[in-house]
Design a protein around this ligand. Structure first.
Ligand code: FES
Length: 246
């Protein structure tokens, strides 16, 4: 049974390069799950929580996203929570891996384990949130493609030849990724090489897909896995990284 809820838009504030948009709602989504919001466009918008509590949730959206155009107090028709989110299982050492544009769905996990390491890759420094936005307990590794902040290079290949990824994959008890799905095969190969026999769900990957219906009816969000095609909106959007065959 799909929940239909009326969320109330409370505020939007700038957290460059995003906007943080707060909604109050009776049943907020857990990390990695999503809401489908009617914001007046032809299709509902997919909203992932960047933070949440018992009264609501906050979305980090890019500037000009329709969610940033709402007026305080506006009611928003939402379906959800939908999908299958992150499954942490009490891990003590959590590694988060994100491209900067896909970072927001990982933000609710920043304090989800006693030790959390976050690696973010961005094209350039201006597309990274400032380090002060993260809890001081989080160990932050920045990688920029132009070398303007942190290490120069990409997640897989830093120009100084030392990507932090291999050591951190050995260290972690749980890995959660939010990247362009085209990056996932290389990440999966790396996990297999470093961990040899990782358990199921050791590395989980959020697949950001168009999800117009959210209930497995329209087939738009099909994702290839080793067991055939799956619907991101129902069996995902968080998948076992090693089960994906993008
Ligand atoms: S969004 Fe329609 S099947 Fe997934």
């Amino acid at each position: 049974m799909i929940k239909r809820q009326t969320a109330i838009f409370r505020e939007a504030r700038s957290v460059p390069p995003f906007w943080a948009v707060r909604f109050e709602v009776e049943f907020p989504p857990a990390p990695g799950r999503f809401m489908l919001a009617d914001l007046g466009g032809p299709l509902r918008e997919v909203l992932f929580p960047a933070a949440g509590d018992a009264e609501g949730f906050t979305v980090w959206a890019p500037p000009r996203h329709p969610v940033t155009q709402l007026l305080p107090g506006a009611p928003v028709d939402m379906l959800g929570p939908l999908g299958r989110g992150f499954r942490l299982g009490g891990a003590q050492r959590l590694l988060l891996v994100a491209e900067a544009a896909q970072l927001p769905p990982l933000l609710p996990l920043l304090e989800a384990a006693p030790a959390v390491v976050l690696i973010i890759e961005a094209p350039t420094r201006a597309l990274l949130p400032p380090a002060s936005r993260f809890p001081p307990t989080v160990e932050l590794h920045l990688i920029t493609q132009d070398g303007s902040a942190g290490q120069a290079g990409t997640l897989e290949n830093c120009h100084d030849g030392v990507s932090p990824l291999d050591d951190l994959l050995k260290w972690a008890e749980q890995v959660c990724c939010s990247c362009d799905p085209l990056r996932y095969p290389a990440l999966a190969s790396r996990v297999r090489r470093v961990r040899l026999a990782p358990r199921a769900d050791f590395a989980q990957a959020l697949v950001l897909a168009d999800m117009p219906c959210g209930v497995g009816a329209c087939d738009v969000c099909r994702v290839k896995t080793r067991h055939g095609e799956r619907h991101a909106c129902v069996e995902g959007p968080v998948f076992d990284l090693l089960e994906l065959s993008v």
